[in-house]
Design a protein around this ligand. Structure first.
Ligand code: OOG
Ligand code: MG
Length: 257
C-alpha cells in the first residue's frame, strides 16, 4: 500500500471539493497508518504554502461519537487557509457538504514541549480561551467513514472561526453551549460534555502531540472538540455559537447567485 498515494487522493478531494469513496473500502490500513496518511496530506498543504496554526481534537464528546458512529478521540491539524474572520462570509462552493459545530478554542502562550496534566501547568502555557465554530467537511461520500478513514482525512477539518480571547479565570466546565442558525437554536449542549471539562481535551491534545514527537508552538490554537452534534450549513445562513460567560462568535454563508 502506498500511503503517499492515499494522502494525495484525500488532499485532491479537499482541493477540488469533490467527495471520494472511503479509503478503507479498497485499502486495509491501521490507525497508525491513518496518522501517517494525515501527516503526508498536511505536508502537501504546507508545500503549497499553507501555514500550520494549531491542532484540533475530535470525538471528545458522546454527542459527536454517537452522531458519527465512532468510539475514540482523534486529532488533526489546523492551517491558516482554514481561518475565517469573525462575522465574515464563506462561499459554500469551496466545500463538499460542510457542517458547523460549537467548540472551545485555547491559545498557547508558551511552546508546549511536554504533556500538560494539571491546571497549574496549563496556566503557564495557555493564555486563554474563546468560543469557536468549527466547519467540518468530510472528504468522503455521504459524510460516512471509519475511524481510520476520518483520521487519514485530517479529522474532516475545513474551517474555524474564533471569538474574542478570554483570560483564564473561572472554571469552564458546566457552561451552556448553543448553536444558532438564523437566530434559531438548533443545538444545545454543555461544556461538560467535552470529556467532563474542556481542559481535559487540552491535556489530551498535549499528550497526543508529545507522543507523536511534536511540540505545540507559541501562538497555536487548540480546538477542544464539539460539545454537540454538527449541523449541515446552507447558502444564505447565519451561524452563531455561544457559550455562557465565554461569549459568542458567528459567520455567514454567502447566498447562491
Ligand atoms: C470528524 C471531526 C470530529 C469534533 O469536534 O468532534 C470533530 C467529523 O465529525 O467529521 O471535529
Ligand atoms: Mg470539531
Amino acid at each position: 500500500m502506498n500511503l503517499g498515494k492515499l494522502a494525495e487522493k484525500i488532499d485532491k478531494a479537499a482541493e477540488n471539493s469533490e467527495a471520494v469513496p472511503q479509503l478503507s473500502l479498497t485499502e486495509k490500513f491501521s490507525e497508525q497508518d491513518a496518522y501517517k496518511i494525515q501527516k503526508l496530506s498536511i505536508k502537501r498543504r504546507i508545500d503549497r504554502g499553507e501555514k500550520s496554526v494549531g491542532i484540533k481534537m475530535g470525538f471528545t464528546s458522546k454527542a459527536k461519537m454517537e452522531q458519527m458512529g465512532v468510539h475514540d478521540m482523534i486529532w488533526g491539524k489546523l492551517t491558516d487557509k482554514m481561518l475565517i474572520n469573525q462575522g465574515n462570509s464563506i462561499n459554500i462552493a469551496k466545500y463538499i457538504h460542510p457542517r458547523a459545530e460549537p467548540e472551545v478554542c485555547f491559545l498557547v502562550k508558551k511552546k508546549i514541549d511536554k504533556e500538560l496534566k494539571t491546571m497549574e501547568e496549563a496556566k503557564e502555557y495557555i493564555a486563554g480561551y474563546a468560543v469557536a465554530i468549527e466547519i467540518i467537511d468530510s472528504r468522503y461520500k455521504d459524510f460516512k467513514f471509519s475511524l481510520e478513514d476520518v483520521i487519514a482525512d485530517n479529522c474532516s477539518s475545513a474551517g474555524l472561526v474564533i471569538g474574542t480571547w478570554q483570560p483564564i479565570e473561572d472554571p469552564i466546565n458546566n457552561l451552556k453551549v448553543t448553536l444558532e442558525v438564523d437566530g434559531e437554536v438548533v443545538q444545545e449542549g454543555n461544556t461538560s460534555a467535552i470529556l467532563g471539562d474542556p481542559w481535559e481535551a487540552l491535556f489530551n491534545a498535549t499528550r497526543l502531540s508529545i507522543a507523536a514527537g511534536e511540540n505545540i508552538p507559541f501562538g497555536a490554537y487548540i480546538m477542544a472538540g464539539a460539545a454537540t452534534s454538527a449541523v449541515y450549513i446552507k447558502p444564505g445562513q447565519s451561524i452563531k455559537a455561544s457559550i455562557e460567560t465565554m461569549g459568542e462568535v458567528d459567520f455567514k454563508v454567502l447566498p447562491l447567485n
